[in-house]
Design a binder for this molecule. Sequence first.
Ligand SMILES: Nc1ncnc2c1ncn2[C@@H]1O[C@H](COP(=O)(O)OP(=O)(O)O)[C@@H](O)[C@H]1O
Ligand SMILES: [Mg+2]
Length: 280
Amino acid sequence: MDEPEDIFDEEELLEDRAEKKFNSDLDELEKTNIDYKRIKNIDQSKKRAVIESVFDERTIFHLNKILVNGPLKRIEGVISAGKEANVYLAYDLEEKEVAIKIYKIDSNTSRWMRKYIIGDPRFKKIPNNISKVIFLWASKEYKNLKRAYKVGLRVPEPLFIKNNILIMEYIGFESIPAPVLKTIKSPKDPVNLFNEILTFIKLLYQKAKLVHGDLSEFNILYHNQSPVVIDISQAVAIQHPKAEVYLARDIKNIFQYFEKLGLETPDPTDFYYDVINREV
Ligand SMILES: Nc1ncnc2c1ncn2[C@@H]1O[C@H](COP(=O)(O)OP(=O)(O)O)[C@@H](O)[C@H]1O
Ligand SMILES: [Mg+2]
């Protein structure tokens, strides 16, 4: 394993400390009231107001801190509002676009996330606390992105993580985010696209030692006529007991998508064995 993954004990300790600090910082804010003005500023914009209404106090606090101390300058509109997380377009201090994904602190979400984390050898201790499970989930997405990015795979570069807030490279042109593959009726060169995605699956497994686990046309952005894979939080290490089941499912989804486009696809089973590098 290329990085210490059992950092959760330490993370938990840091979290407890952060919680105490958070409470005292909040008192401090209450006293000065300066930073609350920023939050009110966010309220003035209709698009940004959603940030206020969707997230808990602690998330708002950290968002505010990110806006005051960096790395962000401002948060613009919502790119996507999902059940578990919202994604926004934001700008860093150099006015460069970034994407910010904020997980909602929700007990139902944390319940199924916990199930997913059990069995991943990278996470030894599963927290009981709802927010901590969600923070662990967000940090899992950050780490998975990092692992994939490090081996040269086309995923958004992870830039920053704090609790349930993940900042990553923005995929799109100016304020127009790249579309998900699902919405593309006829990609320009489907054969090439198909091969690029197959190469991605193979290298993710063989080099990053991960299986995406939710790979489909819904989690691939189409940018510059090339695929950029997103939403990698549920990805598991190849040692995970279900890694090969997830791999088979990912392969099935991708083959089905391209078959629907009318492409002649090879035998998915051959590809599966090619990925895991084993004789049939
Ligand atoms: N880095 C990014 N750049 C541009 N758009 C993004 C980025 N990450 C996510 N999105 C957009 O946000 C949507 C939701 O993101 P995703 O990570 O798939 O979360 P979920 O499916 O869990 O809600 C994507 O379908 C895509 O449209
Ligand atoms: Mg998704």
